[in-house]
Ligand binder design. Sequence first.
Ligand code: ADP
Ligand code: MG
Length: 506
Amino acid sequence: MLQLRDIRKQYKTAALVQNALDGVTLNLRDREFVAILGPSGSGKTTLLNVIGGLDRYDSGDLIINGVSTKKYRDRDWDTYRNHSIGFVFQSYNLIPHQTVLANVELALTISGMSAAGRRKLAKEALAKVGLAEQVHKRPSQLSGGQMQRVAIARALVNNPDILLADEPTGALDSETSIQVMELLKEVAQDRLVVMVTHNPELAEQYATRIVRIKDGKVTDDTDPYDPMTDPEAVARMQQKRRRKKRKKQASMSFLTALLLSFNNLLTKKARTLLVAIAGSIGIIGIALIQSLSNGVNDYIDSIEENTVLQYPITMSGTGVNMAAYMEAFADLQEKEKAESDAVTVNQIMRKFTSGLTKNDLKSAAAYLRYESDIMDYAKAMEYSYAIEPQIYSVYEGKLRRIHPDESIDNTGMSVSSLGSFGMTAMFMLPENKVLYEDSYELKSGKWPEDKNELVLVLGSDGTITDIAAYALGLRPSKEFDELMQALIYGKAVPEVGDMGEYTYEE
Ligand code: ADP
Ligand code: MG
C-alpha cells in the first residue's frame, strides 16, 4: 500500500519556479487499476516518477507499506525500484538490437539470478503477455502493440508489487490500445497499476479508479481510500513491514553501476586485465576490480580533462556484451555447492569471451563521416591504435623505459596494461588541434608538431603529478619502483620528502 502525504515538488529554472506537484495526498490500494487523468503539464509524469522513486519529492512523505521514506538513502530507493516497481513508458524503451527475450531478461540481470533462471522467468512473462512465439524476434519486427506488451513483460518479470505506466497507449492506434488496456486490467488483478493517460474513454472503461490532477493538485478522485478504516489493510501492512526487513538489498547494484560506468570506456587491454584478474582470483578479483576501477575512472577523467575530449563517444574494435560479464560475476557470487563431491571447473573465461563481438570500425567511420550528420555536432573524429610507443628517459646517465613504465614490470605483475589505469604519465595527443588548443594556455615552448615531441600538461592548479616527475626523469626512478612495490605488495613506503618546484622553462 502506498500513501502520498502532501507531496510537493518544484522544478526551478533560471526563469521561473514550476510547482509540478503542489500538495498531493493520495492513498493507493495494493490491488487496483488507477488512471491518472489531467491536461499536459499538470504533473502526471512527475507524480508517477515520485511514486516509482525515479524522482525525489521536495517535501511531504511517501509511505510504503506503512514505512516513511523520509529517511531513505539512495540504496533504499535502489532496492525499492528494483524489487517493487515495474515501469512502462509510452515509447517502449526496448533495446533494438537485442531479441525480445534478451530485452526482458535484462531486467533481471541486477537480481543476481542465474542465466537459466532468468531465461525461464523471461519466457514465462512473455507467455503471459501472449508473445511466447515471438521471443527470438527483434523489436523492429514487432508491431507497436506487441512492443508495448514486451515492455509490460519486462516490467512484470521480477514480479513487482506496483506497475507504473506513463501513457502506455499514447503511441498506439485504438485497437491495439484496447489489447494493452485489457492486459493492464488483468495485471491489476493482483497488484497496483497506476497509469497516466490522455484518454478519458479508455480510463473510464478499464480503470477501477480515476484520479484527476490539474496544476499539480488532485481535483477529483472517483474512489478514495482510507486504509485506517480497512482492517485487512492494516493487518497486511504489518505483515509486509515485517517481511520487508528481510528482503534482500539490491545485491548487484554496485557492480551494475560499476560495469555500466566503465564498460563502454575501457580499452581492450584494460578489459583483458580485468578479465584475467577476475578469472584467476575469483572473489578477491572483485574487490581488486573495485579498487582498480577508481583508478580507471580517474584515468578517464584525466583524459577528458587533459585533452578536452568532452564526452567522447568511443568505439572499439572489440565489443563486449555486458550481460555476459554480469552473468560471470553473478556466478562467482551466487553459486551454491553442487550435490556431488566432484570439483568442477567454472568456466569464467569462456563466459567472458562469449560476450565478445567484433565491430567493423572502418565501415562505421565511413558512415559517420560521409553518410550521417553526426559531424555537424561533433568537434572531431579521432582514431587510436593499439600501439604502445616505447619511450625512454635518462636519469643520472641511466636509460629507463618510462612508457610503458618498466617499474610496473619490476613489480612482477608484468602487465604493461597497468598503464591503462593511470599509472603512466603518457597520453597520445589528439590529431585535431581544436580538441586542445582553445582549452589550454601555452605557458612555455610550443605545441608539439612532430612525432618525437611531447607537451607537459599542468593541472588547473599549476601542478604536475609525481608520476609525471618520475617519468620525466626529474626524480630518481628507484623511488618510483619502491612506491609501486609499496602500493602493490604493501612493502615499506619510501621516505620521499618535498619534491620542490620548477619554472615553466625548466
Ligand atoms: P505531465 O506529465 O502531466 O504532462 P509533467 O509532470 O511532465 O506533466 O510536468 C509538470 C510540470 O513540471 C510542467 O510544467 C513541466 O514543464 C514541469 N517540469 C517537468 N519536468 C521538469 C524538469 N525536469 N525541469 C523543469 N520543469 C519540469
Ligand atoms: Mg507526462
